[in-house]
Design a protein around this ligand. Structure first.
Ligand SMILES: [Zn+2]
Length: 113
C-alpha cells in the first residue's frame, strides 16, 4: 500500500503534473527545514518549513514568486532562511536519504515504473 500525498499550490489550488508530483514526494523525504527546493520538471517551489516556520509550503510555477514574497512577509523577521535567493537546488538529497528512498521505493514496488 503506497501513501499518496496531495500537493496543491497554496495560491491557486493547482495540482502538479505526475512527474513533478514524484519530485514533490521525494522532496517530502528530505530531512531538512528552512530551505527552498525546486521540484522539477514543473518548476514548483517547495519550502521545507517545520519548527518555527509551520507546515511545508508549495507553489506552482506561476506562483513561486508569490510564495517567496509570502514567506518573507510572514517569517522574514524570525528567520534568515526565507531570504535565500535563487537558484534553489532541485535536490537536497545526500547519500543517506538516497538509500532510504531507494529502499522505500523497492518495498513499495516502484513508482509507476
Ligand atoms: Zn499557483
Amino acid at each position: 500500500m503506497s501513501v499518496r500525498f496531495i500537493f496543491r499550490c497554496q495560491f491557486c489550488s493547482d495540482q502538479p503534473d505526475p512527474l513533478t508530483q514524484v519530485s514533490l514526494e521525494k522532496a517530502m523525504r528530505e530531512n531538512t527545514w528552512g530551505a527552498y527546493q525546486d521540484a522539477l520538471p514543473g518548476r514548483w517551489l517547495v519550502f521545507h518549513a517545520r519548527g518555527l516556520y509551520g507546515s511545508p509550503r508549495y507553489a506552482c510555477r506561476e506562483h513561486r514568486g508569490d510564495l517567496v514574497a509570502y514567506l518573507r512577509q510572514h517569517f522574514g523577521t524570525i528567520g534568515y532562511h526565507v531570504w535565500k535567493r535563487p537558484p534553489y537546488p532541485s535536490s537536497l538529497a545526500h547519500s543517506d536519504t538516497d538509500h532510504a528512498w531507494i529502499a522505500a521505493t523497492r518495498r513499495q514496488g516502484g513508482w509507476g515504473s
